[in-house]
Structure formats: structure tokens, C-alpha cells
Design a protein around this ligand. Structure first.
Ligand SMILES: C[S@@+](CC[C@H](N)C(=O)[O-])C[C@H]1O[C@@H](n2cnc3c(N)ncnc32)[C@H](O)[C@@H]1O
Length: 260
């Protein structure tokens, strides 16, 4: 399987992780994790970890983190930038069950739409593999692209590009840079609840309801305080039923196998 993100790995942090918008959206995810993860030390498998910003944060909180990504270039950047105690490994979603067959985890974590790079059929198989890798009562927390991101739809209407207004509603090729594209497939929260058959749904939350998509960074670069204000306001209005109208949304599930 090819790793389209190889081409953008070297600049990924510059173009996303270290931007005002990237930081604000990630802070919203971290706030959620701070609020809902148990305080005990967890064994975490991070999938589609990219350059390892979340792995570093989770490690700093005292958790044991094994972080994986299909892109060998992303993993190289992560190994260079992050703590040597974090285990970074090249692995696609489909490799995980075999690679970690003798291990179990308290949490599988997927940030910022890595799972939007697979089809419905593939995701059905992947969630089954996730369930096999989790301890009884283990959790999956994942971020997905919102199908009806209101800021994006308004932006394309104002720019008079009606053909792009509904672009998240069908499988499409997202531009990663001038040379490479990534097939992107969106799911609604309801579709995910049906698709994750080995899990019970716990919670959903919009991420990027007021904080805009990252391609607004050029316009907002000089307004870091405004982005932080949007982040604070968003914490107050993060109403679960608006999840699919945000740039991303977070889904939390618990595996159906339990200790009893
Ligand atoms: C938008 S980036 C998110 C990276 C990181 N989670 C973050 O928070 O910045 C999506 C990531 O998904 C990874 N990815 C795409 N398809 C994948 C697959 N089949 N298996 C594992 N990772 C995949 C890409 O290589 C890329 O690093």
C-alpha cells in the first residue's frame, strides 16, 4: 500500500501541527482526553500518528505509548523529534492485528482523520482488528472529518465554487501538496455507530466547530488571539449533535468484550 503522506511528512508540522489553527484544534482534543481518560497509567496504541505530537503529549502524561503510521517518512520525523522512550513503528491499519498479536491495549487512539483514508468496507474490518487488540473494557477514540463542515460550505459558496460545497459527501481526492493526493471518504457519526459493530458508543464531540479548517491559516496567521478566542468559545458550545457540522468530530467507543 502506498503512503501518500510520505511526500508531505517533512513539512507537516510547519503546515499543520505548529500553526495557530492546528494548535487550537489539537488543544480541543487534548482537553477532551484530559477530561475523559482515567488518571491511571494506560497502555496506548496510537494509529496514524503522523509526526508524533500526540504520542509525545500522552507520554509526558505518564502513559506507555506505541505509535504507528503507514508513512515511513512520518515515522522518521517522529523518531527525530520525539522522546526515545516512545516506540514509533511503521504499520498501516491492516498490519496492526498481526504485528501486535501478543499484546493488548487500554486505548487505541486515531487523531485527525487518518481513518478517513479508508473505505466503509475497510473500516468494518479495521474496527474488528481494533477490538481484538483491546483489553476488556478498552476504548477507541478517533477523530473523523465532519461531512457538513459549515465554515467550509460557507467559504466555497462565498468564493462561488458551488461544485466544492458538497465535496465531503462523496469519496474524493484531497490535495496534500502540488504532487500528491489522498483518497478521502467521510462517515457520519450515525454511520460510524453502525459500522463499529464490536463496540458500544460512548460519546461524540465536534472539534473545529468555531476553530476553522487549517487552510484558513494564511488569513488568520496574524490573529493568534482570535484563534485562541474561537477555541475558548468552542469549548462552551461543543454540542454533540453538531459534530457532523464541524471540521472534525471525535468519537469514543468501548469494546464490547468486558471483564465479567
Ligand atoms: C492528517 S494526518 C494526521 C497525523 C496525526 N495523527 C496528527 O494528529 O497530526 C493522517 C495520517 O494518517 C496516516 N495514514 C493514512 N492512511 C493510513 C493507513 N492505511 N494506515 C495507517 N496510517 C495511515 C498518514 O500517513 C498520516 O500520517
Amino acid at each position: 500500500m502506498s503512503a501518500e503522506f510520505d511526500a508531505v511528512a517533512a513539512d507537516y508540522d510547519l503546515h499543520f501541527t505548529e500553526t495557530n489553527i492546528g494548535k487550537a484544534q489539537r488543544a480541543l482534543v487534548w482537553n477532551y482526553l484530559k477530561k475523559h481518560l482515567p488518571s491511571k497509567k494506560l497502555r496506548i496504541l496510537e494509529v496514524n500518528c503522523g509526526t508524533g505530537a500526540d504520542a509525545q503529549w500522552l507520554h509526558a502524561l505518564g502513559h506507555e505509548v506505541i505509535a504507528t503510521d503507514l508513512s515511513a517518512e512520518m515515522i522518521s520525523v517522529a523518531k527525530l523529534k520525539r522522546s526515545p522512550e516512545i516506540s514509533f513503528e511503521v504499520a498501516g491499519f491492516h498490519d496492526l492485528k498481526e504485528k501486535f498479536q501478543d499484546q493488548t491495549f487500554d486505548l487505541i487512539f486515531s487523531n485527525f482523520a487518518g481513518l478517513n483514508c479508508v473505505s466503509n468496507q475497510q473500516l468494518t474490518a479495521i474496527q474488528k482488528d481494533f477490538s481484538a487488540l483491546l483489553k476488556p473494557n478498552g476504548k477507541f477514540i478517533g477523530l473523523f472529518l465532519g461531512e457538513y463542515c459549515w465554515q467550509e460550505r460557507l467559504y466555497f459558496r462565498i468564493k462561488n465554487q458551488p461544485e466544492k460545497v458538497n465535496r465531503r459527501l462523496s469519496e474524493s481526492a484531497a490535495n496534500l501538496d502540488d504532487r500528491s493526493t489522498q483518497l478521502t471518504n467521510c462517515f457520519s457519526p450515525e454511520a460510524l455507530k453502525e459500522l463499529f459493530t464490536d463496540f458500544n458508543f460512548i460519546r461524540q464531540q465536534p472539534i473545529g466547530l468555531l476553530v476553522p479548517p487549517s487552510y484558513f491559516e494564511a488569513q488568520l496567521k496574524r490573529w493568534p488571539r482570535l484563534v485562541r478566542l474561537l477555541q475558548s468559545l468552542e469549548s462552551a458550545v461543543a454540542i454533540p449533535k453538531w459534530a457532523n457540522h464541524a471540521d472534525h468530530f471525535l468519537m469514543e467507543f468501548e469494546v464490547k468484550k468486558n471483564c465479567n
